[in-house]
Ligand binder design. Structure first.
Ligand SMILES: Cc1ncc(COP(=O)(O)O)c(C=O)c1O
Length: 396
C-alpha cells in the first residue's frame, strides 16, 4: 500500500491553535508582546545579545546589509549554491553580488577560494556565508579573513536553526545572522525571519529600519504618555515587521524545539545507518566539532560513479539518472527535492553576467546531483521503512 511521505511537516498543535487566537482577542496584532517574547527566547537560545523578528529571512538579510552600510558601489561575496534570496537581498541594496563556488562535501562556500577573490577587488565590502541545510560553513576561518581585510560578515542562517560549532550557534559569529521560519525550515511561523547581532548600533538601526524608520515603536508609543502624537522618522525605512500572531507561533515553536530537533536528528541518524552501504548516494558530511541542524537531509547522487574529478558532461549524465530516481520515488508518493539551486544558472543572474553553467562547477554539480530526502519530527517507523525500501528499490 502506498504511503504519502512529504518532504517535511510543520509541527503545529493545540498550543499554536490557542496562542494564535490571543492577539485576535486582545486586538494587538502587529509586533507586540508575543514578538517581544519570541525575540527574547531566540536571544537566550542562540546566545545573541539582540534579536529582531522580521517578515522573512530575505527581509532580515536586506536590513542587515543596509544596517552594516552596504550600498551601491559595494560588492558582497555570496556562494553560488544557495537559495536565490541570498543574492537578491544584496541586489536590493544596490550592491553587486560576487559569486564564489562551494565545496561539494559540505555544500557550503569553498573558503579556500575566498582570499583570491578578495585580494583582486577592493570594492568587496562583505561576505555572506550561508549555513546550508543546517550545517555551519567554515565561519571561524571566514572571520579571520574578515579581520584581515576589514570586511563585514552577514551569515545567511535561514537553514541554520540549532546548528553549532562547539558551543557557538550559527549566526553569532559575524556582524549579523539571519534566520527563516518558512514551512521548509525546522521551526515555522508561516512566513517569518529573525535577525540577530551582538552589535548595539546595528541592532538599533535594524529596529528602526524594519518599522518605517520610526524612532519609537507603536507599542512603546502606546505605553507612554502623549502616545497620540506620532514619533519622528529619522531614516527611510521599510515595513518588515512580524505580526503578533506569528510571534505567538514562534513562542510555541521555541517551547517545542527540543521535540522538533531531536525528532529530526533521530531520522537523520536512521538514514545514516540505512544508507551506509548504498554506494549510489553520499550522505551528509559533518566536520568534527560541528552540530548539524538538519533543516534538510541532503545526499549527493553519484550513480556509483567516481565523482572526485567531475566534468560538466559527467554531471549532466548522472543528472538524468538522478531525475529518474526522483520520479520513481514520486510515483510512490515520496517527496524529494534537489537541495537548492545554483544561482548563477538562474535566468536573471545568468543573463546579467553571461554566466556559463561550468563557471561554478561544484555549485552546478550540487544543483544537478543533490537530493533532499523526507525529514520531519515524528516520522513513524513505518513511514521510514517505506521510504528506505522504495529508495533501495528505485536504485536497483
Ligand atoms: C539559504 C536561504 N536563504 C534565504 C532564504 C529565504 O528565506 P525566507 O523565505 O524566509 O525569506 C532561504 C529560504 O528558503 C534559504 O534557504
Amino acid at each position: 500500500m502506498k504511503m504519502n511521505i512529504p518532504i517535511t511537516k510543520t509541527i503545529f498543535g493545540k498550543e499554536e491553535e490557542e496562542a494564535i487566537i490571543k492577539p485576535l482577542e486582545s486586538g494587538w496584532v502587529v509586533q507586540g508582546p508575543n514578538v517581544a517574547k519570541f525575540q527574547d527566547m531566540f536571544s537566550k537560545f542562540t546566545g545573541a545579545k539582540y534579536s529582531h523578528a522580521t517578515t522573512s529571512c530575505t527581509t532580515a538579510l536586506h536590513l542587515g546589509l543596509e544596517a552594516m552600510g552596504i550600498t551601491k558601489g559595494d560588492k558582497v561575496i555570496v556562494p553560488s549554491f544557495t537559495y536565490v534570496a541570498s543574492a537578491n537581498s544584496v541586489e536590493y541594496t544596490g550592491a553587486e553580488v560576487v559569486f564564489c563556488d562551494i565545496d561539494l562535501k559540505t555544500f557550503n562556500i569553498d573558503e579556500t577560494k575566498l582570499e583570491k577573490i578578495i585580494k583582486n577587488d577592493s570594492s568587496i565590502k562583505a561576505i555572506m556565508p550561508v549555513h546550508l541545510f543546517g550545517l555551519c560553513s567554515n565561519i571561524p576561518y571566514i572571520m579571520k579573513l574578515a579581520k584581515k581585510y576589514n570586511l563585514k560578515i552577514i551569515e545567511d542562517s535561514a537553514c541554520g536553526f540549532d546548528g553549532w560549532i562547539g558551543d557557538k550557534h550559527s549566526g553569532t559569529f559575524g556582524d549579523v545572522g539571519c534566520f527563516s521560519f518558512h514551512p521548509r525550515k525546522s521551526i515555522c511561523t508561516g512566513e517569518g525571519g529573525m535577525l540577530i547581532t551582538n552589535d548595539e548600533t546595528i541592532a538599533s538601526i535594524v529596529s528602526q529600519l524594519k518599522d518605517h524608520g520610526a524612532s519609537k515603536s507603536d507599542l512603546q508609543r502606546h505605553k507612554e504618555k502623549g502616545g497620540s502624537l506620532l514619533p519622528d522618522f529619522t531614516m527611510r525605512g521599510y515595513n518588515y515587521r512580524m505580526t503578533d500572531m506569528q510571534g505567538a507561533l514562534g513562542v510555541c515553536q521555541m517551547n517545542k524545539k527540543d521535540y522538533i530537533m531531536n525528532g529530526r536528528r533521530e531520522v537523520a541518524s536512521k538514514y545514516n545507518i540505512a544508507l551506509k552501504n548504498i554506494s549510489q548516494l553520499i550522505t551528509p558530511y559533518i566536520p568534527e566539532n560541528y552540530k548539524h541542524g538538519f533543516q534538510s537531509y541532503v545526499c549527493i547522487f553519484t550513480d556509483d560513479e567516481d565523482i572526485s574529478n567531475l566534468t560538466k558532461e559527467q554531471i549532466d549524465r548522472i543528472n538524468i539518472k538522478r531525475n529518474i530516481f526522483m520520479e520513481k520515488l514520486e510515483e510512490n508518493t515520496i517527496a524529494t527535492r534537489q537541495g537548492t539551486h545554483a544561482v548563477h544558472t538562474l535566468g536573471y543572474y545568468k543573463d546579467k553576467n553571461s554566466f556559463k553553467d561550468e563557471d561554478f562547477l561544484m555549485s552546478y554539480a550540487a544543483d544537478r546531483l543533490s537530493i533532499a530526502l523526507p525529514l520531519y519530527a515524528g516520522m513513524s517507523d513505518e513511514e521510514f521503512e517505506y521510504t528506505i525500501s522504495n529508495i533501495k528499490e528505485a536504485l536497483k
